[in-house]
Design a protein around this ligand. Sequence first.
Ligand SMILES: C[S@@+](CC[C@H](N)C(=O)[O-])C[C@H]1O[C@@H](n2cnc3c(N)ncnc32)[C@H](O)[C@@H]1O
Length: 225
Amino acid sequence: MKRIPEPELMDETSQARAYAEADFSEPNQLFLELFAEHFPGFDGNMVVDLGCGPADIAIDFALCYSDARVIGVDGARAMLEFGYDRIAEAGLAGQVELKCLYLEPETVKQIIPSGSADAVISNSLLHHLATPDTLWQAINYLARPGAKILVMDLFRPPSTSAAAELVTEYAGSEAPILRSDFYNSLLAAYSPDEVRNQLDEAGLQCLSVSQSSDRHLLVSGEMPS
Ligand SMILES: C[S@@+](CC[C@H](N)C(=O)[O-])C[C@H]1O[C@@H](n2cnc3c(N)ncnc32)[C@H](O)[C@@H]1O
């Protein structure tokens, strides 16, 4: 099935609210478990979460790794508003910072100096990007030698009917706006082979692609030292 792009930013208030109020605790927990599994004993300081949305993963990461300072980046202010509130509620204002930035080669330079991230993480950003190289070049710019990289996203099912089945199975009881977001995201997602090609073109052969569930792919690895 050919990829059908969806809008990049989730900047519409109703869409951001529906996403922020949905229960993504299971995939968020999976993301943290996978990070711990791939990088046992991580004790880095500077962590960047690209496409952080309402900051749930940034917050959970900070709670798991008390030495980490997490910078979440997202271009949608409507999403970040939820994140600011959640960070304040969790008492993590000193540990988690959010930046409202549309990711592109020039703006990435406003996050942190080149080569200073100990880890770069990202969940469910890649399928939004019309130019997926944006994500891989951001990682190339931000990550220090030896930095840990974990990117999780959906992968595109073989057909629209397979996508519809996944929506019924995993979001059957969710609000219509969330069901249609999930369906559109599945259609916009990249396949594991496409992601492997993207990594080759970005010179990121240090990262490997695997399937972490019936709908998720995982890109993981360490930057060369
Ligand atoms: C599906 S949400 C994922 C949010 C969060 N990572 C999570 O796992 O809950 C994708 C986020 O990426 C953001 N995004 C998409 N394209 C972007 C871009 N080019 N620059 C910055 N943020 C972007 C959207 O605004 C949205 O908040």
